[in-house]
Design a protein around this ligand. Structure first.
Ligand code: AMP
Length: 180
């Protein structure tokens, strides 16, 4: 993609994201990506861009993080000829799972994956919509590594750089379409 085309995609997607102040709690500015999904050209551009980044990486599985990560990871997996694997909140998956817990500002959260969803040595991409503090993505990365997956990288639509989530990912290659 040319630099001009990439800038046009970024501008269209950025313009479609809505800031929602004080949601879900006071002080948080929620980045609502639903207008991006509702705009066929913007949605296609996001999926094509994410898939394009990893097209040469021989990805076997794309892990999508519940819930909005699913919406991006499934079409990207389809484009990459890879399988889709859901990483879900605690208690949602029906078969034997592995789990990783991580600290939130207040309390703790847990993300789970089916224990047999990724075979040892499979090349894995993790996708989510927004990287905030990075705790959720880090937990997904740890799940992939525990089952012996070969982690190729983490990608997202929007990185909230002021929360420094990227640092939680350490050496894991990370890419974001937009940075706020
Ligand atoms: P974190 O673990 O802090 O990186 O949070 C990432 C997860 O929470 C992602 O699955 C996001 O969908 C969601 N999230 C966190 N902060 C925001 C925000 N300001 N706007 C939209 N989604 C967010």
């Amino acid at each position: 993609m040319s630099a001009g085309a990439r800038e046009a995609v970024e501008a269209r997607v950025a313009a479609a994201i809505r800031d929602v102040p004080d949601y879900p709690e006071p002080g948080v500015v929620f980045k609502d990506i639903t207008p991006v999904l509702a705009d066929p050209a913007a949605f296609a551009a996001v999926v094509d861009t994410l898939a394009g980044w990893y097209a040469a990486d021989r990805i076997d599985k794309v892990v999508g993080i519940e819930a909005r990560g699913f919406i991006l990871a499934a079409p990207v997996a389809y484009r990459l000829d890879a399988g889709f694997v859901p990483a879900r909140k605690q208690g949602k998956l029906p078969r034997a799972t592995i789990a990783e817990s991580y600290a939130l500002e207040y309390g703790e959260s847990t993300v789970e994956m089916h224990g047999d969803a990724i075979a040892p040595g499979e090349r894995v991409l993790v996708l989510d919509d927004v990287l905030a503090t990075g705790g959720t993505a880090r937990a997904a990365v740890d799940l992939v590594r525990r089952v012996g997956g070969d982690l190729v990288g983490v990608g997202c639509l929007l990185e909230l750089s002021f929360l420094a989530g990227r640092s939680r990912l350490g050496e894991v290659p990370f890419r974001a379409l937009l940075t706020a």
